[in-house]
Design a protein around this ligand. Structure first.
Ligand SMILES: O=P([O-])(O)O[C@H]1O[C@H](COP(=O)(O)O)[C@@H](O)[C@H](O)[C@H]1O
Ligand SMILES: [Mg+2]
Length: 575
């Protein structure tokens, strides 16, 4: 049956030509007979670069992750690399995670690069994404690729692309590469490897990376306190198992308990509904073990080991999950204190993103360091390091459970962040305090913030339309009040405008355009809305705040903040 959209039909027809193998063609025929809707979803567009590389469901079609889409990407990237670095033989390093097909797709990417005369370093086993970012610089590569879909559901895979500084691609380079890819046909892909150009790397990078991570994530905690820090760690079937336990050991942590049921890498993630540390259920097994053995801290990393979920003991002695904003402010504060002790030089900065807690700005002001805020995605934070070579990046992160310590890895890094979290627990032990108490102390000094993220899943082509429509509605029928609080400022990152709703003055936002809306209320609440760039979701980020005089008032203030969040959610019909 012919598809009513001739563009879609032309793509399907192309994929039924002999350039594509018989398995692919057979799969297309099966979809034509059994699932025309899925066929349309698979061909209605090409995969795009989003917040963290290119991500999609594995399967046949131009909008799916398979050997042809990734082959064409790599062919385009090879052409672009050769054009950008005409004087040298470009070098690329490739890593992959635990997902089904990640290893074979990594091999395919290596083959295509080598077929184009590009020198390839390939990890022979799964490894964390931050190690790849490190390896790009360490091996003097011009490019790096990780085959991963991060924390997405099991049916996804993806292609994160790093450039010579170790950070992910940022505009306009991603658009230039897409242009190169789009100018090719599938027949242009060179699949025949030049094996002598592919070098397997393992121990060579592992040990240096571990040593440097230990250095980067160790500060002042005594070895005694480290030994007393009881840690439960889970790799959630992902890559961190290859390095994090060893890194903790080399950093001096001896009381480390790994969740055995989740230690083996597995792309089906059999023990979790979602391998995303943002979801409380992901850490359930780790929490159970931690309660049994009375651990001080629980840490779980996502499949490619760049984000981490943390639980620490609260003042009642119960383990409490923290969100990404809470770990970020505590980690940032710890680093700021450290550098203050050493004597700040005046060129330091911390960084975060527009959808993260405003508390980061307060911290920067209190320590008199610069605060830089960028669009969602660590690629933008990494870009700051590149753009401000004379400035010293202390650290920073995002609400999405990721943190970056200094500039040695140019992406969020759950290896060093794991060490930093444990360091804070150990340091607090030395001081007779706790991680949790340190966070409460920050609330008394810098304002008590509470954040909540609501993600609405809207799958496929129809879902994407619905998400776009919600953004249009929010723009055209912008709320005057949210949760009973008057909206006083609206930032529209697509239009680059910041509008004072009282006097209607408009100023220009000096950041690249992006489909994001942020509403600020009279009472200091902040509500951001944007389509996810990695998953079929629209995300709403709510941040509310109130002063906190004494730590003992925390429960009461928290209840008040929860009520505010509830009112905002019900007003926006998000509950
Ligand atoms: O998914 P990861 O771990 O590669 O992480 C990437 O995607 C996340 C989700 O992005 P979005 O909200 O657009 O879905 C971002 O928060 C993060 O900064 C980025 O590095
Ligand atoms: Mg990840």
């Amino acid at each position: 049956m012919q598809h009513k959209d001739s563009n879609i039909q032309a793509r399907i027809d192309e994929w039924l030509t002999p350039i594509f193998d018989t398995t692919t063609q057979q799969e297309i025929h099966n979809l034509q007979n059994t699932d025309p809707k899925e066929l349309e979803e698979s061909f209605y567009k090409n995969l795009e670069f989003g917040t963290g590389g290119m991500r999609g469901i594995m399967g046949v079609g131009t909008n799916r992750i398979n050997k042809y889409t990734l082959g064409k990407n790599t062919q385009g990237l090879s052409n672009y690399l050769k054009r950008t670095f005409p004087e040298i033989q470009p070098k690329a390093v490739i890593a992959y995670d635990c997902r089904n097909q990640s290893d074979t797709l990594a091999k395919l990417v290596a083959d295509v690069f080598s077929a184009n005369g590009i020198k390839v370093f390939l990890f022979s086993e799964l490894r964390p994404t931050p190690e790849l970012s490190f390896a790009v610089k360490e091996l003097g590569c011009q490019c790096g690729i990780v085959l991963t879909a991060s924390h997405n559901p099991p049916e996804y895979n993806g292609y994160k692309v790093y450039w010579e500084d170790g950070g992910q691609l940022v505009p306009p380079q991603d658009a230039e590469i897409i242009q190169e890819i789009d100018s090719l046909t599938y027949a242009d892909i060179k699949f025949d490897a030049t094996p002598e150009l592919i070098e397997l790397i393992d121990d060579k990078i592992d040990q240096v990376f571990i040593e440097r991570s230990v250095k980067n994530g160790s500060f002042v905690a005594t070895s005694e306190a480290k030994k007393q820090t009881k840690i439960v760690f889970t790799s959630l079937h992902g890559t961190s198992i290859t390095l994090v336990p060893e890194t903790l050991k080399q950093a001096g942590y001896t009381d480390v308990h790994i969740v055995a049921e989740q230690a083996s890498p597995d792309g089906n993630f059999p023990t979790v509904v979602s391998p995303n540390p943002e979801e409380p259920e992901a850490l359930e097994m780790a929490m159970k073990l931690a309660r049994e053995i009375d651990a001080d801290i629980v840490i779980g990393t996502d499949p490619d080991c760049d984000r981490l979920g943390i639980a620490v003991k609260n003042n009642e002695g119960n383990l409490q999950l923290l969100n990404g904003n809470q770990t970020m402010v505590t980690m940032t504060w710890f680093l700021l204190e450290h550098y203050k002790m050493q004597g700040l030089k005046g060129n330091e900065f911390i960084a975060s993103t527009i959808v993260s807690t405003p508390m980061m700005r307060n911290l920067a002001e209190a320590y008199n360091v610069d605060y830089k805020e960028v669009l969602t995605g660590f690629k933008w934070i990494a870009k700051l390091i590149k753009d401000f070579p004379d400035k010293h990046f202390i650290g920073g992160g995002e609400e999405s459970f990721g943190f970056m310590v200094g500039d040695f890895v140019r992406d969020k890094d759950a290896v060093t962040a794991t060490l930093l979290a444990c360091e804070i627990v150990a340091y607090a032990k030395d001081k007779g305090s706790s991680f949790y108490n340190m966070l409460l102390d920050l609330y008394t000094k810098h304002g008590c913030y509470k954040e909540s993220l609501i993600s609405l899943v809207k799958k496929g082509r129809d879902g994407a339309k619905e998400i776009q429509q919600t953004m249009i509605d929010l723009r055209t029928k912008a709320p005057k009040e949210i949760g009973g609080e008057k909206v006083v400022l609206i930032e529209d990152y697509q239009e680059s405008t910041s509008e004072n709703t009282q006097d209607h003055t408009v100023t220009t936002l000096d950041v690249p355009k992006s489909n994001v809306l942020i509403f600020y209320t009279e009472e200091g609440s902040k509500i951001a809305a944007r389509p996810s760039g990695t998953e079929p979701k629209i995300k709403f980020y709510i941040s509310v705040q109130a002063p906190l005089k004494e730590e003992s008032d925390y429960k009461a203030v928290e209840t008040k903040l929860d009520q505010k969040i509830h009112a905002i959610k019900s007003d926006l019909k998000l509950d």
